[in-house]
Design a protein around this ligand. Structure first.
Ligand code: FE2
Length: 256
């Protein structure tokens, strides 16, 4: 393990707190990502840009391994807004991976997605909720007989998923990209509207934006030194979440 900023080793060393230099670098990466998303919207409004990618849910691999079953059972104990979000995160991440022709391990991506917000459902433990969740995920998978390479990969992807930009191995990048699409509509137009709608129809968003914003604001207030504190206080994260929600709502309206 150990993929630099935001990874497990970084969390162990820093306790999840960003240094001044890391805040600066994350601000640049966050603004770059916001600028890219804005450029995508402008190009789309002008009828330019690459063709969106249409993929059906049935084309997305869904491994049915014993570890996945353990993760699914744990996920079902979480609040409903996190269940739907975790499932959508996998679907979107796997769809983006297929779109880019990436060679990824669906089981690792699925385990990471199903377990990536375990830390958001509890307030005890480490101050960084991604690391808190990664620790629980590692324990859960170890208890279920997972091998150390898989456990390391999944828990690293979970700790990395709060970075402003995707990083680490391909499954970690797709976890971050899938969550980014569901939470703040990163790469929204990369997938075809029909693909987005199929995912949201299977796992409806409901009051996800409102409830997860409250969760994240709570984390940011309790732990302002962490990445979620930075995202909420410096990058207006909850405002971006509500804007993304309106984009998904428009998808449903267009269909109706
Ligand atoms: Fe999430």
């Amino acid at each position: 393990m150990g993929h630099g900023f935001g990874g497990w080793r970084w969390a162990e060393k820093s306790g999840g707190a960003l240094s001044a230099g890391e805040r600066w670098a994350e601000t640049c990466r966050g603004l770059w990502s916001l600028g890219g998303a804005r450029a995508q919207r402008v190009l789309r409004a002008m009828g330019l840009g690459p063709k969106d990618f249409r993929i059906l849910l049935e084309e997305v691999p869904r491994p049915r391994t014993p570890l996945v079953q353990v993760a699914e059972a744990r996920l079902l104990q979480l609040p409903s807004h996190l269940i739907g979000h975790s499932e959508r995160t996998y679907a979107f991440g796997a769809m983006l991976g297929a779109r880019d022709g990436l060679n990824f391990d669906p089981e690792r991506l699925l385990l990471g997605a199903l377990l990536h917000d375990l830390g958001l459902a509890r307030t005890d433990g480490a101050s960084c909720f991604a690391w808190r969740g990664a620790q629980e995920a590692a324990e859960l998978l170890r208890g279920a007989g997972g091998n150390e390479a898989l456990i390391g990969s999944v828990s690293e992807a979970i700790t990395l998923h709060l970075n402003a930009a995707p990083s680490g191995p391909v499954e970690a990048q797709l976890l971050r990209r899938g969550a980014g699409l569901d939470v703040v509509a990163d790469e929204f137009y990369v997938l075809a509207a029909a693909s987005r709608r199929e995912v949201v129809a299977k796992w409806p968003r409901g009051d996800f934006a409102k409830v997860v914003s409250a969760d994240l604001r709570g984390e940011a207030t309790r732990h302002p030194e962490t990445r979620v504190g930075f995202l909420c206080h410096q990058l207006g994260f909850t405002r971006l979440i509500h804007r993304a929600d309106r984009m998904f709502l428009r998808d449903q309206e267009v269909e109706a």
